[in-house]
Design a protein around this ligand. Structure first.
Ligand code: PFF
Length: 474
């Protein structure tokens, strides 16, 4: 007989852990820049609608499958489909995808940790030098920082669900909220900050075209950690008395609020540094924003705060991003760990050790693909571009397979597991959900237009990424 399954100790603990997964680099940097460049308030409005009308029902589908099956994603698909091989493939995708995303997210988290250490040690001037990032990611120190980050992830996960994941979330998430608010308060008092707020919030509907809509939906989907098996796995750790719809709404709200508030930090900071900036020139990539652009802004603060003050602000920022990244990486690595424990009956420590080793191997290949080893740097090419090992992991798992996994869980819930089972699971612990208008909406949307939309996104991504053609002319 297997021992009873681990559980979150409290509703708040579960909400913080799920929000910890959802709040990540995407919220703190990706969303603000995306919103500012693509119509400000208009983007925001559309994003919020997507979160609540499209992503929230998918989150409910994932959590309910997880709780009902009481298993990892592979086990859940297998159990609820009666072992059908087609659904086993969906199960496998739901554990391979998070593992591979963990690989590249680890590399980025390691860089953030490195920048945190360097700015705390007083090397902000170095970090602000445009050459630094390029040399940093090719240097040996990345491997030392990787050991440190892995040790932190290991420490949290070996504690298990309640004493590891939940405890860490209860500590890190409130600290993250406080740091974010402190930074926003600080940035808003800078000269010219309001120009940034204006740029961020004033709606410009003329910027909204099909590719912006596609981008907003993908960003919302990714931001809620969907399609990664995370919400299935975390769902399997909630008890039967818990209110899933209520908790999921709070997770979605927290995630959206953090993304929104992060914009009140990033845009005003950019505008106060450079009042004449044309934000359409801002890089789309969160990576160059975090590691090249923002350090320059922090260093410029020394004119008013002195070098020590500027370094302190930079360190708080990197700590904030680091906390966001750690809670996300913990959630995503828990998926294959849970799968190995459930499917093969191995202990948590052995699963962590084995998968940790594998993670290191892949992450090192990724880290080497920034110029250190040409085999990994020029791994392959498609759609007219040379791709590194890191690019492949990103393109295939992050960009392409996520919407496919979302599509599969919707189809699974309604057409295989069946609507009445889905509803019965969500009704448990949520008496107000039962018979509500929201329940009817979720029912209908998960079985109809949400999978259609996800299918279109999936096909478009394949067309753009691998064949260089878009279904939506932009
Ligand atoms: N919601 C996360 C973010 O916005 O950054 C997405 C995520 C990415 C979760 C990577 C977990 C993860 F490992």
């Amino acid at each position: 007989m297997s021992a009873s399954r681990e559980e979150f100790g409290s509703r708040l603990g579960f909400i913080l852990a799920a929000a910890g997964s959802a709040v990540g680099i995407g919220n703190l940097v990706g969303f603000p820049v995306g919103a500012a460049k693509n119509g400000g308030g208009a983007f925001l409005l559309m994003y919020a609608l997507f979160v609540f009308l499209i992503c929230l029902p998918v989150m409910l589908a994932e959590m309910s499958v997880g709780r009902h099956a009481g298993k990892d994603p592979l086990g859940a698909y297998t159990k609820l489909s009666g072992g059908a091989w087609q659904w086993k493939i969906a199960g496998w995708l739901s554990i391979i995808t998070p593992f591979m995303i963990a690989v590249f997210y680890l590399v980025i988290t390691v860089w953030i940790f490195g920048y945190l250490v360097e700015s705390t040690l007083g090397n902000l001037d170095e970090l602000a030098n445009p050459e630094t990032f390029g040399t940093f990611i090719q240097g040996q120190s990345v491997f030392y920082y990787m050991v440190a980050v892995l040790a932190i992830v290991y420490l949290i996960l070996q504690g298990g669900v309640k004493d590891g994941i939940e405890k860490a979330a209860k500590l890190l998430m409130p600290s993250l909220f406080v740091m974010l608010l402190v930074l926003v308060g600080f940035v808003l008092t800078r000269d010219n900050a309001l120009a940034g707020v204006e740029y961020y919030l004033v709606p410009d509907f003329s910027k909204i075209d099909a590719s912006v809509v596609n981008g907003a939906l993908s960003q919302a989907f990714f931001s809620l950690s969907l399609g990664m098996g995370i919400m299935i796995t975390y769902g399997s750790y909630i008890n039967k008395r818990a209110d899933i719809p209520g908790s999921a709404k709070l997770v979605a709200l927290t995630d959206t609020l953090v993304a929104f508030v992060a914009g009140l930090m990033i845009l005003p900071a950019i505008f106060s540094f450079n009042p004449n900036i044309d934000p359409s020139e801002l890089s789309e990539s969160s990576i160059s924003m975090i590691f090249s652009f923002l350090p320059k802004i922090f260093l410029a603060l020394q004119a008013s705060l002195g070098y020590f003050g500027a370094s302190a602000v930079a360190s708080v920022f990197f700590l904030l991003v680091f906390f966001a990244a750690i809670t996300s990486i913990v959630s995503i690595f828990e998926v294959p760990v849970a799968a190995l424990m459930d499917e093969k009956g191995v202990s948590r420590k052995s699963a962590l050790g084995l998968l940790g080793l594998l993670l290191v191997v892949f992450a090192v290949c990724c880290a080497l693909s920034f110029g250190m080893v040409s085999f990994f740097t020029e791994f392959t090419s498609y759609a007219g571009a040379t791709k590194s090992f890191f690019d492949i992991v990103y393109d295939v798992f992050y960009d392409t397979i996520l919407p496919l996994n979302g599509l599969l869980i919707c189809l699974f819930v309604i057409y295989r597991w069946k609507k009445h089972n889905f509803n019965a699971e969500l009704d448990q612990g949520a008496p107000k959900y039962k018979g509500s208008l929201f329940e009817r909406y979720v029912d209908i949307s998960v079985g109809t237009f949400i999978p259609v939309i996800l299918a279109v996104i999936f096909v478009n991504t394949v067309a753009v990424k691998y064949f260089g053609v878009s279904l939506f002319a932009s």
